[in-house]
Design a protein around this ligand. Structure first.
Ligand code: PHE
Length: 339
């Protein structure tokens, strides 16, 4: 009996299986109710009394040994098979979802790009300003309506602490700090006390530009803006300057571009005029240069300013300005650009 047990143990020690089914077959063969090891237990009855202890111990050890061995065989397959289960290693990986840039950032970056290619630098300034940089240095008379509570957000009771209503304040800061030649643009957020609607918001974005040097003329302004309009709206774009008024420029103008939607033929975006108004501009008023300690006899300059929301709406045919601020991904995901 003991020899038989030893032989079985050697046999079991040498067992191998190629998959879990084979391992299961081995379990049935050795350990199931009618398997070889339980059979030993029935034979045990015939063992002489004096051998019972040794044989009993040997059978028990064999059972533990066989159970361990077969479990070991099975475990090998379980970890392999479950690791591989349900995975097709030839499938392509899951694509990473990329976000998209905000349309206002796309257009701002595009405009920044056009002017930096012309040699303009980019300057930024504070959103909370004082009266001097937003109004006084820019030749706004004391009683100008823009200074009114209705147009300007004041932060404290002190009328000298306010949210800038245009980024012209940065023009002043740059001119105060450096002497011509100055060639810079000023992108940034501005604030006006306006009721929110499809066409207006109390927070919006501007890009203004300034060029001050000797002999800067209105022709330079016009040429720069024409280049800008063609770069932004396409080679066929025409521009038109209409006389206007700003306290800080003289003469002043508003610039229209030929409607990029209908090509100038007339549509509901350009209200059948063929033209879209996109910016204000003019020659820097000598008073402004003097306020910033720049010699207005020696230097002249031009300035311009535009709203990024308005240009983005025209470029993409967006009808409601509030969409820019709602952060609805269904809207935002539609904009893809290298910028
Ligand atoms: N600052 C003006 C505005 O906010 C725009 C402008 C800038 C006009 C420079 C002329 C020259 O509307």
């Amino acid at each position: 009996m003991l020899d038989k047990i030893t032989a079985l143990k050697e046999e079991i020690a040498a067992l191998t299986a190629e998959n879990s089914d084979q391992a299961e077959e081995l379990r049935i063969k050795y350990l199931s109710k009618k398997g070889l090891i339980p059979q030993l237990f029935s034979e045990f009855k015939t063992v002489p009394v004096e051998q019972k202890k040794a044989v009993g111990q040997a059978i028990n050890e064999l059972k533990v040994f066989a159970t361990d061995k077969i479990n070991e065989l099975k475990a090998g397959f379980e970890s392999n098979e479950s690791a591989g289960q349900g995975i097709d290693l030839t499938l392509p990986g899951e694509a990473m979802k990329l976000g998209s840039r905000h349309p206002l950032s796309i257009v701002r970056n595009e405009i920044n790009g056009i002017f930096t290619r012309l040699g303009f630098t980019i300057a930024e300034g504070p959103e909370i300003e004082d009266d001097w940089h937003v109004f006084s240095a820019l030749n706004f008379p004391e009683e100008h309506p823009a200074r009114d509570m209705q147009d300007t957000f004041f932060i404290e009771k002190d009328p000298d602490v306010l949210l800038r209503t245009h980024t012209s304040s940065v023009q002043v800061r740059v001119m105060e700090k450096m002497q011509p030649p100055i060639r810079s643009i000023f992108p940034g957020r501005v604030f006006r006390n306006e009721a929110i609607s499809a066409r207006a918001h109390c927070i919006f974005h501007q890009i203004e530009g300034l060029y001050v040097d000797e002999n800067v003329s209105f022709a330079d302004l016009k040429q720069t803006l024409m280049y800008f309009a063609k770069e932004l709206f396409g080679e066929k774009t025409k521009i038109r300057l209409r006389p206007s008024y700003f306290p800080f420029t003289e003469p002043s103008a508003e610039m229209d571009v030929s409607c990029s939607i209908c090509g100038g033929k007339g549509c509901n975006v350009c209200k059948y005029t063929g033209w879209l108004e996109i910016l204000g501009c003019g020659m820097v008023d000598p008073n402004v240069l003097e306020s910033c300690n720049i010699d207005s006899k020696k230097f002249t300059g031009f300035a311009f300013g535009m709203g990024i929301e308005r240009i983005t709406m025209l470029k993409y045919g967006i009808k409601d300005l509030r969409l820019f601020f709602e952060n609805d991904t269904r809207f935002l995901n539609q904009f893809n650009s290298a910028y």
